[in-house]
Structures are given as structure tokens and as C-alpha cells.
Design a protein around this ligand. Structure first.
Ligand code: ZN
Length: 309
């Protein structure tokens, strides 16, 4: 089953999925962003047309990857889901320095996991709305994940083991993903519950091969930020390497930017439908492959796989 902001659905109900997008983000440091920093009604007025347009383009589910401290707002997402007819999935977990509240630095992985597991079981901040995945970030120096992000990673592993939720980990560069894999191996964690977010930040596909061989999901999620040709070439090579079954595509698009007038410059969610998929088809990528990338794979990656007790 999959947890959306309006309740549980079966994975067959997801339809076409965008596994990594944003509706609202506020880049305010040290956990200081509050719900008073933006007007929920205005966010709805600005963002609803983009979501309606996305639903009309055939999308079934938008996975909203804005974590706590950056503008995760479950009630807002629930309202937008009701109004647009799209399934929307939110998350538990924390991002990275400098966007963490000060208390996070004094916590152990177990302490953090307690907070996240509680959100998964009881809902977020008394809203009753539950997360459908764990969103973390693994900022790194020279490819080694910083100590606070290692704590956050370990907390994500504990939370995933307890709840069955998959992990989306913002990770720039292949060396950091190899460090993450070391930690997963050490903690005896199943890599097929782990999505390498921003895998297209790394050009050396040996990393993708090794991550995928270990079982990780490879998310190519900045479609529209670079020429289509580049993303097509990367996907084609990854498919030729036999990794089709572990690939996800998305756009990291949106969003209402807190503090900017009318939410600032918003990137529509429909690029993939209106331009990129037609581009892939012109290049000879079959509908079957596109369905696998946008329907079958995300359904498998997002499915809650809590082991039966
Ligand atoms: Zn993102």
C-alpha cells in the first residue's frame, strides 16, 4: 500500500507518478521557517492551476519532496490533492545543514527515528496526515557524508526498517552514494528501499551501475533543467547497461518560493509530459519503456514493504 496525504491507496491506483517534485519551499535556515511565513490561501491560488494542468496531462501522483524545516505542510498538500484530484505523497525526515533546527544536532539516530516513526504511525503534528516516504539529504565533503548527515541517514534506516517506508536521499555525486552504500551495508539495510535522488548530478555511470547492482534506485530527476539530449543520452546508456528496472525520472520542478512575490518563478510540472516524453519517442524509446519508467518502477519503489509480523 501507498500512503498519500488523503489516506492509503493501492499501488495500482498511483497511475503515472512524478517521484520528485515540490509545491512549496522556503529556504530559511536553522529551522526558523513557520507557517506564518506564507499565506496558505495564496499558495493554493498560485499552485492549484499547475496541479490541475498536471492532472489534465495524465499524471496520477505527485510525490512532494519538501522536508520538514523547508516548508512541508501536510494540510496544504491535502487541500491541493482534494482540489486537483491528484494523489500527493508527503514525507518524514530531515534535510541538511544549514536547514536543520538546532535541536537536531544533539540527537542520536534513535532519538530522531522516534520522531519520524511517530509521524508515520500517528500522523504529522496532530494533522493525522501520514508520510509515504522518508526524505533526507547527504551533504558531503570530498565524497564523505558529514557526521550530522550520517546521523540522519542512520535514523532513516531505523525508520524504514520499522515502518516499511522507502528513503529518498538527496545525494550529489557518486562518491557520496558509495559512502552511503558502505553505511547501508554496515547496518545490514536493504538497498532496494533506498532511492539515489539527483543521480544525474554524477556523469560517471560506473557509480550508477554499482549503486544499482547493490539494489538502489537511480533517480534521474532534473529533467528540464538541462537539454533533453543530455538526459536522453544518460537514460539510454543506463538502459543499455541493464538498469531499466531500477530507473526513476522526475523534474524537481515547481514551486511556490516562500518570500518571493506571488511565489516567484514557478517551473510547470508538465514539461515531462508535453515535451520530454515526445522527445524520447522521437528518439525511438518505446511506450513500454516509458510506462516502466513512469508507472511500474515508481509503484515498486514507493510501495510500503513492511515485513509481516
Ligand atoms: Zn528536490
Amino acid at each position: 500500500m501507498i500512503q498519500t496525504v488523503l489516506g492509503e491507496i493501492s499501488k495500482e491506483e498511483l497511475g503515472i507518478v512524478l517521484p520528485h517534485e515540490h509545491i512549496l519551499v522556503g529556504f530559511i535556515e536553522n529551522g526558523k521557517l513557520t507557517k506564518d511565513d506564507y499565506d496558505r490561501d495564496e499558495v493554493i491560488r498560485v499552485m492549484l492551476p499547475y496541479l490541475q494542468e498536471l492532472a489534465a496531462a495524465g499524471c496520477g501522483t505527485l510525490v512532494e519532496c519538501t522536508p520538514e524545516f523547508l516548508g512541508r505542510d501536510p494540510q496544504l498538500l491535502a487541500e491541493l490533492s482534494r482540489l486537483s484530484g491528484l494523489h500527493i505523497i508527503t514525507n518524514t525526515g530531515y534535510y541538511q545543514r544549514p536547514y536543520l533546527a538546532p535541536f537536531v544536532y544533539n540527537m542520536s539516530p534513535e532519538d530522531l527515528a522516534d520522531i519520524w516513526i511517530k509521524e508515520a504511525l500517528e500522523g504529522i503534528d496532530g494533522s493525522g496526515i501520514k508520510p509515504g516516504f522518508i526524505k533526507i539529504a547527504l551533504s558531503n565533503k570530498n565524497g564523505r557524508i558529514s557526521p550530522i548527515q550520517q546521523t540522519i541517514l542512520k535514523s532513516a534506516l531505523l525508520t524504514s526498517n520499522e515502518t516499511g517506508l522507502p528513503i529518498q536521499a538527496h545525494t550529489i555525486g557518486g562518491d557520496a552514494i558509495m559512502h552511503a552504500l558502505e553505511i547501508l551495508t554496515m547496518e545490514n539495510f536493504d538497498p532496494s528501499r533506498f532511492i539515489w535522488v539527483h543521480a544525474d548530478s554524477e556523469q560517471d555511470l560506473t557509480y550508477h551501475k554499482n549503486a544499482a547492482l547493490a539494489g538502489m534506485w537511480i533517480e534521474v530527476d532534473s529533467i528540464g533543467y538541462r537539454p533533453f539530449e543530455e538526459h536522453y543520452e544518460m537514460l539510454k546508456k543506463l538502459i543499455e547497461m541493464g538498469l531499466l528496472n531500477q530507473l526513476l525520472i522526475s523534474q524537481d520542478a515547481g514551486w511556490y518560493n516562500v518570500g518571493a512575490k506571488n511565489g516567484g518563478n514557478i517551473k510547470p510540472f508538465t514539461t515531462i509530459f508535453e515535451s520530454f516524453v515526445p522527445f524520447l519517442k522521437e528518439k525511438g524509446i518505446s511506450q513500454n519503456i516509458i510506462d516502466q519508467l513512469m508507472i511500474a518502477n515508481p509503484a515498486k519503489a514507493l510501495d510500503n514493504r513492511k515485513k509481516a509480523i
